[in-house]
Design a protein around this ligand. Structure first.
Ligand SMILES: Nc1ncnc2c1ncn2[C@@H]1O[C@H](COP(=O)(O)OP(=O)(O)O)[C@@H](O)[C@H]1O
Ligand SMILES: [Mg+2]
Length: 140
């Protein structure tokens, strides 16, 4: 399934995330591609809400990954500072790609060879004018 949606502001971006989160099933890997500040973390906040997670989701940047409990467990991973799957294995995060249980959402998946291809849901965000974003969602 392929879908392209315009998010005019962060609230609309979160709403797209909520819709995605509501339909996710166990063991799903979601990859989020888009430039810095395009709304990947904002979208993840919505995914968390869709998974009935009440905890506030913040960028995992310096921790590499954060886990939240909800309808399904959510692993929110940031690969910005990770160069390879081998590096992920070193810190024990390769178990989440895909996760044995729950959902993994990964920002900057393109930093790791083959990871985008491995994802079940792929989201690509493009910056448009005046704060708007174009969001492409592909489900495999
Ligand atoms: N249409 C939009 N969708 C998402 N974020 C937007 C939008 N317009 C402005 N923003 C702002 O852009 C920033 C996106 O930040 P963030 O979600 O952390 O991006 P990323 O994780 O891709 O670096 C936020 O400050 C948000 O308020
Ligand atoms: Mg981010």
């Amino acid at each position: 399934m392929d879908k392209t949606i315009i998010a005019r502001d962060p609230i609309e971006m979160e709403e797209i995330g909520i819709e995605i989160g509501e339909t996710l099933t166990d063991g799903t890997l979601v990859s989020l591609v888009g430039p810095l500040g395009s709304g990947k973390t904002t979208l993840t906040k919505g995914i968390a809400k869709g998974l009935l997670i009440t905890e506030v989701v913040t960028s995992p940047s310096y921790l590499l990954a954060r886990t939240y409990a909800g309808r399904l467990v959510l692993h929110h991973i940031d690969a910005y500072r990770i160069g390879s799957l081998a590096e992920f294995a070193e810190v024990g995060l390769d178990d989440y790609l895909p996760p044995e249980a729950g959902v993994s959402v990964i920002e900057w998946p393109e930093r790791i060879d083959g990871l985008v291809e491995r994802s079940d849901v792929h989201v690509r965000i493009e910056l448009l004018e005046e704060g708007a974003r174009r969001v492409h969602v592909t489900r495999r």
